[in-house]
Design a protein around this ligand. Structure first.
Ligand SMILES: NC(=O)C1=CN([C@@H]2O[C@H](COP(=O)(O)OP(=O)(O)OC[C@H]3O[C@@H](n4cnc5c(N)ncnc54)[C@H](O)[C@@H]3O)[C@@H](O)[C@H]2O)C=CC1
Ligand SMILES: O=C(CO)COP(=O)(O)O
Length: 331
């Protein structure tokens, strides 16, 4: 039985712990707050982040990073993207040198423009053969309810990706391997920004033509950035690209979509933020995505419009007018 650790007992860390336990692993789930850890171990649920889902007995929560790391073949990392660097700095001394480090996150670090795999490499010094990513259309509540879904496990070393695939595979969760770590991470991070835009469209009462346009052109700008960063263009047509974009933009369960919809209905950014109890990564990562685009000389008009709304107080209706007023182009 593989022993694994999941660092971060939020909604996705907890849902992934369920998948891993279903796949036959013994799972140590690290949580920051001892009271939540106690609640998870005594009620077999995560009342704060995944209420209603019963956790398998193979999942044990702990607030001690060393206890979580003990004997772990893989450490899955899942806090909000801007918190990874600091949190990993505290976990890393407890984690063995041969443990594979896997990001479950979908964001880009502000200031550095680094993807989560790159932050992991920088903080721990781990090589690419020890760093993986899981990304795909995986809304936590549907995964925890064991609805059939697929995902991508990416690692530059495909032997490691195949091992991760084995560790995560269940009758309800089907991971595909990919060596394109950067493409998978970009697909996940940028779709959150596009989901904010689609949410705004929904909130403004706009229909399916508008949303399809945002999703398709959003994927086009994601692919342009990916090409400039050396990603494999095929990744964006797959689960970590189009798949996740569709799920997130279509689902009322998506926090990014919800945040955008609240803005579209007329809430201010502060009001929309106050209405959230969980992470909507696109709200912070939109600025780092746009920063990456500028560094690579890539045009990302939808991401730019989202940054305008979130950071500069542009009204969503004005952002739509600006997008529609851009110079005509070819597809
Ligand atoms: N929820 C979902 O459906 C999915 C989420 N993701 C990604 O997973 C990442 C985490 O998201 P969720 O689990 O959904 O967020 P969440 O808001 O449910 O949980 C965030 C977790 O991070 C912890 N945390 C925050 N700051 C911390 C710090 N400084 N030190 C230690 N822990 C800290 C919180 O206590 C909480 O456990 C995001 O990048 C998100 O995009 C990816 C796939 C699906
Ligand atoms: O990444 C996700 C689904 O794949 C979850 O999206 P949200 O973070 O918008 O809820």
């Amino acid at each position: 039985m593989a022993r694994v650790a999941v660092y971060g007992a939020g909604s996705w860390g907890t849902a992934t712990a369920v998948v891993l336990a279903d796949a036959g692993c013994r799972v140590a789930l690290w949580g920051r707050r001892p009271e939540l850890v106690r609640a998870i171990n005594t009620t077999r649920t995560n009342p704060d982040y995944l209420p209603g889902s019963v956790l398998p007995h193979a999942v044990t929560a702990t607030a001690d990073p060393a206890e979580a790391a003990d004997g772990a073949e893989v450490a899955f990392l899942c806090v909000s993207a801007q918190q990874l660097r600091g949190a990993l700095g505290t976990w890393a001394p407890a984690i063995r040198d041969d443990t594979v480090l896997v990001s479950l996150m979908k964001g880009v670090e502000l200031g550095t423009g680094l993807l989560m795999s790159q932050v992991i490499a920088e903080v721990t010094g781990a090589g690419p053969e020890r760093i993986g990513v899981v990304s795909g259309p995986n809304l936590a509540r549907e995964i925890a309810a064991r609805q059939p879904a697929a995902s991508v496990v990416a690692c530059r070393d495909l032997t490691v990706a195949a091992r991760l695939q084995e560790i995560l595979r269940t009758p309800c969760f089907r991971p595909y391997t990919n060596a394109d770590v950067i493409g998978c991470e970009l697909g996940g991070a940028v779709k959150n920004v596009i989901a904010l835009a689609v949410g705004m469209a929904d909130g403004m009462g706009l229909g399916d033509n508008t949303k399809a346009t945002l999703m398709t052109r959003g994927l086009a700008e994601t692919s342009r950035l990916g090409a400039a960063m050396g990603a494999d263009p095929r990744t964006f047509a797959g689960l970590a690209g189009m798949g996740d974009l569709i799920a997130t933009c279509a689902s009322p369960l998506s926090r990014n979509h919800t945040f955008g919809a609240n803005l579209g209905r007329g809430m201010s950014v502060a009001e929309a933020a106050a209405a959230m109890t969980q992470t909507a990564e696109g709200v912070t990562s939109c600025a780092s995505v746009l920063d990456l685009a500028k560094r690579h000389g890539v045009e990302m008009p939808i991401a730019e419009a989202v940054v305008g709304v979130i950071r500069a107080g542009v009204r969503p209706r004005t952002a739509v007018k600006e997008l529609m007023g851009r110079a005509a182009g070819s597809e």
